[in-house]
Structures are given as structure tokens and as C-alpha cells.
Design a protein around this ligand. Structure first.
Ligand code: NAD
Length: 246
């Protein structure tokens, strides 16, 4: 497919996991892609600007630099995010503010900086990365779920606000995906093998979602071929949200 030929894209969190897979998928389909991430990327081919989504100044400078280098921005993938474990008592106020600041305000910061360029594009689109935790009560994810619920709510509001600008806004809601993030969670468990098996068993499909499968879904939402798709949350979770097969 070459549906992104001639288009430019920014992927936040593109140095790892779902973001890195999305960079590769968009490039495969013809896009010029730049990464914004606070961590270094092993992908030496893709232009990257190091920035922390917690800093409005860093985000603004990163988006401006990419827009100048590329001559515009057509597609924004708001994918970077951080996790938090525990019930509603488990995190102190500072941690609540930190996670909401990156996952929710960070998404707003990047979007705010990119909007002037997205408005000038005739094929502009934003995809936000939410999570199935937003709409399924999974244990020990109170803060993280709240942040991703806000991402979904913000996606609908953004889609309405920017309809007149011609900017489509959608979100993806992944189930548990096979990325370095989940590997970190599994490795920190008392018994990593049991933890991995529990995660797999929670998936009706019996395995984790792959980063490539999520990248494919993100690219399909962002594609100019999806011109009528806006204000949509696409769940890609191996059936976790809707299937009862056990
Ligand atoms: N892996 C899963 O099971 C899963 C499930 C549902 C949703 N998600 C969401 O998918 C997205 C990507 O997750 P992943 O599994 O690929 O994780 P990952 O940890 O492999 O990658 C996340 C990337 O985001 C970057 N990042 C984090 N905080 C940042 C900040 N403040 N500024 C700039 N960059 C920052 C990291 O450096 C990293 O490169 C996240 O928003 C996550 O909440 C993941």
C-alpha cells in the first residue's frame, strides 16, 4: 500500500513498542515520519527529536523543528504514554499528577503545537493511543485507567472541535500488547512466567496483541482512505472487551 505517499507524520513514543511499529508501518505505506520521544531510538534512519511530553517548551520546539524540516505535518500519532499500577490508594498526589500530565496533558501539548500545520493539510488526521483499561474494570490500574479514559473523552471532543478544520481525530484502544512495556511489568513480578501466562490467559485469543497489529490499525485510522472515520475508538484487544469464551 502507498496510501501515505506524499504525507508527513509525527509519532510520539516512536522509539519503542507500538510507536516504533507504527513508524515502520507508516513508512512502509509511503509516509515521511519523525519521532518525538524522551528516550533514544535504535532506529538511526528515522529523524527524531528528543523531547519530554511533560515540557510544553520542548514539545513546541520539537514539533516546530519537524514541521520546518518536512515542510508541514499531515498526521499526528499521539502514542507516548506511561503506566501506573495499583488501586486508587496506591499512588500519591504527585504520581497522579505525573501520569495525568504525560498521558493526558502531553497529548494536548503535542496536538496544540501541531494544529497550525494540520489545519493546512488536505489529509490531516490524529490518532490517540488509549487503552481497553479505560472501559473495562481491570484490577490495579486505577490511575492508568483514569488517564486513558480521559484520552478517549478528549478524542471525541477533539474530533468535534476540529471537524471544521478538516482534521479527523480517532483513538485506538489496545489490549495487552507484546512490547517492552509489558515485558517490564512481567519481569518485575515475583514469578515472571506465571505473570506472562496470566496475561495471555486474559486474552480470549490466547496471546498478546502484537505491536505490528496495533500499528496496522493505527495507520488505517490515520489513512486518507478513511475519510469518513472520525470520532471513533477502535479496540484491538484479541477479544478481551467483548468475548466470553471460557
Ligand atoms: N503495551 C500495552 O499492553 C498497551 C496496552 C494499551 C495501551 N498502551 C499504550 O500504548 C502506548 C505505547 O505503549 P508501548 O507498550 O509501546 O510502551 P513502550 O514503553 O514500549 O513505549 C513508550 C514510548 O513512549 C516514550 N515516552 C514515555 N513517556 C514519555 C514522555 N514523557 N515524553 C516523551 N516520550 C515518552 C518512551 O520513551 C517509549 O519510547 C502507551 O500510550 C500505552 O499507554 C499499551
Amino acid at each position: 500500500m502507498s496510501d501515505f505517499e506524499g504525507l508527513t507524520a509525527i509519532v510520539t513514543g516512536g522509539a519503542s513498542g507500538i510507536g516504533a511499529a507504527t513508524v515502520a508501518e507508516l513508512q512502509r505505506r509511503g509516509a515521511r515520519v519523525a519521532i518525538i520521544d524522551r528516550a533514544a531510538s535504535t532506529d538511526a534512519e528515522t529523524p527524531m527529536v528528543r523531547a519530554d511530553l511533560g515540557s510544553a517548551d520542548e514539545v513546541q520546539a520539537a514539533v516546530e523543528q519537524i514541521a520546518r524540516d518536512f515542510g508541514g505535518i499531515d498526521v499526528l500519532i499521539n502514542n507516548a504514554g506511561i503506566g501506573a499500577a495499583g488501586d486508587v490508594t496506591a499512588n500519591d498526589d504527585a504520581e497522579w499528577h505525573r501520569v495525568l500530565d504525560i498521558n493526558v496533558v502531553g497529548t494536548a501539548r503535542v496536538t496544540r503545537a501541531a494544529l497550525p500545520w494540520l489545519r493546512r493539510s488536505s489529509a490531516s488526521s490524529i490518532v490517540n493511543t488509549a487503552s481497553v483499561t479505560a472501559t473495562n474494570g481491570l484490577p490495579n490500574r486505577a490511575l492508568y485507567s483514569a488517564s486513558k479514559g480521559a484520552v478517549i473523552a478528549m478524542t471525541y471532543a477533539m474530533a468535534a472541535d476540529h471537524l471544521a478544520d478538516g482534521i479527523r481525530v480517532n483513538a485506538i484502544a489496545p489490549g495487552t500488547a507484546d512490547t517492552p512495556w509489558v515485558k517490564r511489568i512481567v519481569d518485575s513480578a515475583d514469578d515472571a512466567e506465571v505473570a506472562a501466562e496470566n496475561l495471555r490467559r486474559r486474552q480470549p485469543l490466547g496471546r498478546l496483541v502484537s505491536a505490528a497489529e496495533l500499528a496496522f490499525a493505527i495507520a488505517n485510522l490515520a489513512s486518507p482512505l478513511a475519510g469518513s472515520t472520525t470520532g471513533t475508538v477502535l479496540t484491538v484487544d484479541g477479544g478481551l472487551s467483548t468475548l466470553r469464551v471460557g
